[in-house]
Design a protein around this ligand. Structure first.
Ligand SMILES: [Zn+2]
Length: 184
């Protein structure tokens, strides 16, 4: 089932999301819906707060990039209770967008390497050092679980430049190709 994506201004996007336990109701169905919603909206990542749930669940697909990067073929993963322990490596600047911020693309600097702990959908624990593009997507998505969005990482000047677009969202007048849940 395709779910509406909560946009900028929705309070759930600014909450610190909670860890879940294996008895979380219908988790498999939720993950399935998140994948469907993400793919339908042409996103590579989706965090549960973006569909209105303040819990630490994220889906990532890098499969759409596999023409250029064969190592991402069939990369479709769910992350439960992820926590970034350390960000390191070289700082890299790259343009980012977000399904909760339709029409906004800004350059964001992030470390190229992270140490991350999470569980997969079977609640098996993973402790990994991740580099490159996946490390960037993870930082963007896991930020959502701490109530942060990528625009929090841009300069005050750039923020000023996108103010009009943000205000459009706050008025509930943003447009996109997918279903959204705006605040008005
Ligand atoms: Zn996002």
């Amino acid at each position: 089932m395709i779910l509406p994506i909560y946009t900028y201004g929705q309070p759930v996007l600014r909450k610190v999301a909670e860890d879940i336990t294996p008895d979380y109701p219908e988790l498999k169905k939720l993950i399935e819906n998140m994948f469907e919603t993400m793919v339908h909206a042409d996103g590579v990542g989706l965090a549960a707060p973006q569909i209105g749930l303040p819990i630490r669940v994220v889906t990532i697909t890098l499969d759409p990039l596999s023409d250029e990067f064969p190592e991402f073929k069939d990369f479709n993963r769910a992350y439960i209770n992820p926590h970034i322990l350390e960000v390191g490596g070289e700082e890299v600047a790259m343009e980012e967008g977000c399904l909760s911020l339709p029409g906004i693309h800004e350059t964001v600097k992030r470390g190229n390497r992270i140490h991350v702990k999470y569980m997969d959908e079977n609640f098996v624990e993973h402790d990994e050092v991740v580099e490159g593009y996946l490390a960037r997507v993870m930082q963007h998505e896991f930020d959502h679980l701490d109530g942060k969005m990528f625009i929090d990482h841009i300069s005050p000047l750039r923020k000023q430049m996108i103010k009009g677009k943000l205000n459009t969202m706050l008025k509930g007048k943003a447009r996109s190709s997918y279903k959204m849940k705006q605040i008005k």
